[in-house]
Design a protein around this ligand. Structure first.
Ligand SMILES: [Ca+2]
Ligand SMILES: [Ca+2]
Length: 673
C-alpha cells in the first residue's frame, strides 16, 4: 500500500469514528435523556459511516462486519425493550382491603400550587376516592413561571391519573408568589390592600374551562374569605391542609386556612366542625429521603434523619429526646398519624408507580427531572399528618387578659409570622405574652352560660427558650389546680380533671423561663376522646417500623408487629391479634406479647398473611411475603439499577423530551422575540 493510500485510509477511518463521537457530544450538550438515544446513535452510526466513507471494494469486504453490527443493534433493542417492559411491570402484589376510614364522607385537600396535590396527598386519593368524595382546592394559579392554563391542564391530568373528578377541582385563582412593593408577601400586607401578581393580574381568574371559585380582587382578606366560603359551602368532614411549610405560598395558605377556620368556629351557633389534618409538602415529600430503591418500600423518615438541618430535635422537661418537623417545631414526629398508601403507588421500580406517571403530567415544571428526581423522595410506604382538634368549647367565649393581646388565645392559630418570606425568623407571633411588669399575668375565659368541662389544653409559646414552667387554673366554681411545666415546643399540654359545671375559668402564669413566656392558644373540652378524632389504621410493620406490603424476607425470615394509629393517643385498642398464613412453605410464630410475629419462608416460596384483630371478622391487614431465589433478586436489582443509573425512558418519552428541548431553544432564538 502506497503512502498516499495509507493517508486516505487514515482520514476515512477518523471520519468513521468522529461522527459517532460527535453525536454523543451533541447528545450530552442537549441534555438528552441518558442511555437510550446515545447508545442508539452510536450503534446506528457505525453502519452509516461504513456506507458513507468506504470504498466499494472495502464495503463488499466488510458486509459481514455490517451484518454483525445490525445483529448487535437488534439484540440491543431487544434487551432494551425487555428491560423497559420489566421496569414498567415491577408492581407490588397487593390484596384488596377496605381501608376507607372516610367512607361516605367528603374530603377537602387544600394546597397552594399545581403539583402539591402529589406532595401532600399522592397515594391516598386512590384509597379514599373509592368511597369518599374528594375535592382538591388550589389557592394560587401557579402562574409564576408557566401560564395558568398550562398549570391547570397539568393538574387536571395529574389528578385524573389519581382518580379525582374534574368537577371536584377548585381553583381560587390567586397569583403565585405575590409580594407587595415593600417586599412583604401578600399574607403580611394590610388586609384590604390590592396586590398585583407577576403576570399582572389584580383579580382572581380561571382558565382551561374553570372559573375562579369567586370573583375577588387580590387582597389578603378576600383570599381568607374565599377559603371560609368554600369550607362552609362544601362542609367537608375531613380537611387535609398544608402546614407552615418552607415556601411562602404554603405558609400563607396554612395561616389563612387557620384564620378562616377560627372565624367559622367562633361564629354563634356554628355547627360545622371538621376533622383537620395538617401535613408538609417539603420535609416529608419534596425534600424527603432519597430511599426509594430498597428491597421493601420504606416509610417516611423525619427530616433530621437524612438532611443536615441544625436543631430539629430537643430535650424536653422530662429529659425526653423529641424530634420535630424542620419547618416549625410544634409537630412532634411521634405524634404523627400514618396512612398506608395505595396499591398502584408501590412498585420496585419508579416507572411502574402511578405517582411517577402523575408527576409526569407536570411538564412545565421540568417534568423528567421532577418525575425522576423527586418522585423517589415522595413515594414512601406511608403518608404522615398531624391532627388539629377543632371541637374545643372556647372559640365563642369572651377573653379578658391582665395585659397583652388575649384575642389570639382562641383563634385556632398556633403560630404566625410578621414576614412569612423570612426563613430565618421563627414563626412565633400570635402569642399572648403578658408584660413583664404585670403582677397578675392572667387570662380569663367566660362562656356566658354554664358548661360542663373536663379537660383544658394549653399551648405554650412554641419558642424552645420561652417556656411556662408553672401555671394555675382557677375555675368559676371556686376550685383551682396547678400544673406545669407545659410542653415547651407549643404542641399542647392536656390537663384533665373530674367534670366541672362552670361558667368560665382563669389561667395564671406562676413561673416561666425566657424573655417572652406566654400561650399561643387555650382549649377547653368536655368528654373529648383524642382517639375518636384519630381514624383507625391498623397495619403490619417490620422491625424498623416500615409498613409491610409485598415483603422480601431478608434472610428468609423477619419479625412483624402491629401499628395502631390510636395507640399514641392512649386509646383503648384491640390487644389481641392473630396472623394467619396461606400458601407456600411459610410459617408464622406468635411471640409472647400477642402482637409480634416471626414470619419465615423457605427459599423460593411466598405466602399471603392475614392479620385479624380481636372483635373483628374481616382481616385488618393482608400482605404478601416472599423469599425469592437469588436469580429473582438479581433480576429485580438489575432492573432497579438500570432505572437508577440510566433512567430508561421509553422512546415516546424520549421523543417528547427531545421535542420540548428543541422547542425551548427555538423559542429562545433572537428572531422569535
Ligand atoms: Ca392562637
Ligand atoms: Ca416554649
Amino acid at each position: 500500500m502506497s503512502g498516499e493510500k495509507r493517508k486516505t485510509e487514515w482520514i476515512w477511518s477518523i471520519a468513521r469514528w468522529s461522527i459517532p463521537v460527535l453525536l454523543v457530544l451533541i447528545c450530552l450538550c442537549f441534555r438528552f435523556p441518558r442511555f437510550f438515544l446515545q447508545a442508539l446513535a452510536v450503534l446506528l452510526c457505525f453502519p452509516v459511516s461504513y456506507v458513507l466513507f468506504c470504498s466499494k471494494r472495502r464495503l463488499l469486504k466488510s458486509r459481514r462486519m455490517a451484518l454483525a453490527v445490525c445483529v448487535l443493534l437488534l439484540a440491543f433493542l431487544c434487551v432494551y425493550g425487555a428491560v423497559v417492559y420489566g421496569v414498567h411491570n415491577a408492581r407490588y402484589q397487593m390484596h384488596d382491603l377496605d381501608r376507607n376510614v372516610f367512607k361516605g364522607k367528603r374530603i377537602l385537600v387544600m394546597i397552594p400550587h399545581q403539583d402539591d396535590e402529589i406532595n401532600l396527598f399522592g397515594g391516598l386519593y386512590e384509597i379514599f376516592g373509592k368511597e369518599s368524595e374528594i375535592y382538591v382546592m388550589f389557592s394560587t394559579n401557579g402562574d409564576k413561571k408557566a401560564s395558568a392554563e398550562t398549570r391547570f391542564m397539568e393538574a387536571v391530568n395529574a389528578l385524573s391519573q389519581m382518580g379525582v373528578d374534574r368537577e371536584h377541582m377548585i381553583f381560587l385563582g390567586y397569583g403565585d408568589s405575590c409580594f407587595g412593593e415593600n417586599g412583604l408577601h401578600m399574607y403580611n400586607l394590610p388586609g384590604d390592600e390590592v396586590f398585583t401578581s407577576l403576570p399582572g393580574y389584580t383579580r382572581t381568574y380561571g382558565t382551561y374551562g374553570f372559573a375562579p371559585y369567586r370573583d375577588s380582587a387580590y387582597t389578603r382578606n378576600n383570599m381568607k374569605n374565599d377559603i371560609k366560603a368554600l369550607l362552609l359551602d362544601l362542609r367537608p368532614e375531613a380537611v387535609f391542609c398544608l402546614d407552615y411549610d418552607s415556601h411562602h405560598d404554603h405558609r400563607a395558605l396554612s395561616l389563612l386556612f387557620e384564620e378562616a377556620m377560627g372565624e367559622i368556629l367562633g361564629q354563634e351557633q356554628n355547627d360545622y366542625v371538621p376533622a383537620v389534618f395538617k401535613g408538609f409538602a417539603y420535609s416529608t415529600a419534596y425534600w424527603g429521603a432519597d430511599d426509594f430503591y430498597a428491597d421493601n418500600i420504606l416509610s417516611t423518615v423525619p427530616w433530621s434523619e437524612h438532611y443536615p438541618y441544625p436543631g430539629n430535635a430537643f430535650t424536653d422537661h422530662n429529659g425526653e429526646h423529641v424530634i420535630y418537623m424542620g419547618e416549625n417545631n410544634i409537630y412532634r414526629w411521634n405524634d404523627r398519624i400514618r396512612f398506608p398508601v395505595a396499591e398502584n403507588n408501590l412498585s420496585r421500580t419508579l416507572r411502574a408507580s402511578n405517582l411517577y406517571q402523575a408527576m409526569h403530567a407536570h411538564e412545565s415544571q421540568d417534568f423528567l427531572y421532577q418525575a425522576f428526581e423527586r418522585i423517589p423522595r415522595i413515594i414512601n410506604g406511608d403518608k404522615v399528618f398531624w391532627i388539629r382538634p377543632a371541637t374545643g368549647l372556647l372559640y365563642g367565649a369572651e377573653v379578658s387578659v391582665s395585659s397583652g393581646d388575649g384575642s389570639v388565645l382562641k383563634d385556632f392559630k398556633l403560630i404566625d409570622s410578621l414576614d412569612i418570606y423570612d426563613k430565618t425568623r421563627a414563626p412565633f407571633e400570635n402569642l399572648w405574652a403578658p408584660e413583664e411588669t404585670d403582677s397578675d399575668k392572667t387570662a380569663a375565659f367566660a362562656f356566658g352560660e354554664e358548661k360542663a368541662v373536663d379537660a383544658i389544653c394549653l399551648y405554650d409559646n412554641p419558642s424552645l427558650t420561652d417556656n411556662i414552667t408553672r401555671i394555675r387554673i382557677l375555675f368559676s366554681d371556686g376550685s383551682e389546680m396547678e400544673c406545669g411545666p407545659l410542653d415547651m415546643n407549643g404542641s399542647g399540654t392536656w390537663v384533665q380533671f373530674d367534670e366541672k359545671k362552670i361558667t368560665g375559668f382563669t389561667v395564671q402564669i406562676l413561673a416561666a423561663e425566657g424573655e417572652t413566656p406566654g400561650l399561643s392558644e387555650v382549649e377547653a373540652y368536655h368528654k373529648f376522646d383524642p382517639a375518636a378524632a384519630v381514624p383507625e389504621m391498623i397495619k403490619l410493620e417490620d422491625a424498623n417500623g416500615d409498613f409491610v406490603y409485598d415483603y422480601w424476607l431478608p434472610e428468609g425470615e423477619a419479625t412483624f408487629s402491629v401499628y395502631h394509629s390510636r395507640e399514641a393517643f392512649g386509646a383503648d385498642i384491640p390487644r389481641e391479634y392473630t396472623l394467619t398464613v396461606a400458601g407456600g412453605k411459610c410459617a408464622v410464630e406468635k411471640k409472647k406479647d400477642a402482637r409480634t410475629f416471626r414470619v419465615s419462608c423457605k427459599k423460593g416460596q411466598s405466602a399471603e398473611l392475614a392479620l385479624y384483630a380481636e372483635g373483628k371478622d374481616e382481616p385488618v391487614d393482608r400482605v404478601t411475603v416472599r423469599n425469592p431465589y437469588g436469580i429473582e433478586r438479581w433480576w429485580v436489582r438489575l432492573l432497579t439499577e438500570a432505572e437508577k443509573k440510566a433512567a430508561l425512558y421509553s422512546p415516546a418519552e424520549q421523543f417528547a423530551y427531545f421535542r420540548r428541548t428543541i422547542l425551548d431553544y427555538w423559542n429562545k432564538l433572537p428572531f422569535r422575540r
